[in-house]
Write a protein that binds this ligand. Sequence first.
Ligand SMILES: O=C(O)CCC(=O)C(=O)O
Ligand SMILES: [Fe+2]
Length: 536
Amino acid sequence: MPINVTKFREAERRFKKRVPDMEGVLDLRATNKHPRAKQICKLEGDGSWMWGVEGKEGLFFIPSALDEQQQKYWITKAMSSYMAPPNLTNLDAHYHIPEKGLWAYFENNEILQIKRKVHPDDSVQTQALPMEQILDRDGIKSLMRRIRWVTLGYQYDWTSKEYDFSRSPVPFPPTLAAYSSALTQSAGLGPSRPEAGIVNFYQPGDTLTGHVDRSEPNMQAPLVSMSLGAPCIFLVGGRGRDEEVLPVLLRGGDVVIMAGEARYFYHGVPRILPLECGRMEDEDPKVQLALELLGDARININIRQTDIPVPAEAPKLPKTKMEKELAQRVIVVLECAPLEIVRVGKGSEARHHLLNSDDHQNVLRKHSKDLSDYRPDITHQCLLALLDSPLNKAGRLQVYIHTQKGVLIEINPHTRIPRTFSRFAGLMVQLLHKLSIRAVGSNEKLLNVIRNPISDHLPVKCQRVAMSGEGETVKIGEWVKTLPEEPIVFFIGAMAHGEDKFEFAESKISVSEYPLAAATVCSKVCHAFEDLWDII
Ligand SMILES: O=C(O)CCC(=O)C(=O)O
Ligand SMILES: [Fe+2]
């Protein structure tokens, strides 16, 4: 064996030979079973057996999981509905696929006028072809036989080997999801939530090189893989390309499940084999047509649970003036926030910082400023307490910052406040320079400097309360129950000390007999309204 040829590569070569050596191939339908095959359990329902293999943890086979009728059902589905837009296929890069899909033309014996797209990989022969082609049924059939893959649900980008989570997913076919989930459930692997799938089409002579499917954020969820049509050799190794490789004979109707450790195993298809008992036939013309299109090919449908990190359900916010007037919600204005920019360093080394008593003692002393006046960390803590609260997540909170210098900032409730102070400070510097910060890849403003005064942004009818040690002390949980059903505004000082004189407040309350940090006051306000409005 030449050096540098891995065990996986060697196995691939072995099965690509004209007459491959079938010695040691695991054939779960053979009467004398492979020494390493072990029966795991009988599935509920149709009573198929699930097999495992010694030394291949998490790898399961269900031979003949699908009877002929079921195989025909999935073959027809794959050819007719799965191949059609909005699902993507390898042909999309080369052709403008008609909206109703190729199958519709094939089935109805319609002439198809199809436009080619110029593609960087086009051969000289392809480039010479006309940009528009007129295809009859045979032409459409040849084109459809060029389909090698179709993506289901979350669309997979074959170049980057990543899911395109920015595109809204095409709904995953519900019957396929139900089948896959019922199968993992009856195999004792728990229910799965199929979200993405790939349908592979292998014409005789096609191969799939060894790989690990690593793109799913959740690599623990089982991957269910269904074989239809022609048999094949399926190779499965271990975590590395040089681990022992097991060749398996998969036939139409067999199912493979890769769970746990096996999700990390190299696998591939080096060989499509001839049909053992000829092509299937059916009386139903649609099924018969799908079988005709299939010919001697193999179809593999593999079903994956991605567990995409979906952002928490965005709260519905009052948008119209009317909604803003009436929606029962809490508005917090963080008052006197010391957010100021300072230039540090000279010349090209100069950087803008958020002025603060920890990092800029010299500057502050030089300008005879009181260090304790520069505590932007208090604003940071208040924002974390407020925006992380269930009250905010439920869409019942609006926060503004009014800085010591009179800058008014509106905070979009969807904003994720940076966890560390230094990143928060960087964000504030950016905001004070650019006057607004937008969400990455979207037009939504997260932080926005708005025009003064704050009263222009508050509902006409609302209570305006200052939180102050000078106010009457109340048990806030009880006090909120006495409020009229209208929006309420709290002015909370985001400074270390100083008088709580907030221009637009009409009354003052204190929520503790102790002096509290501003962030604690924010938390108490949130908790009180969460309890009042049953937000858990
Ligand atoms: O065709 C098969 O059986 C395997 C397909 C596969 O591994 C894949 O699509 O990632
Ligand atoms: Fe794979």
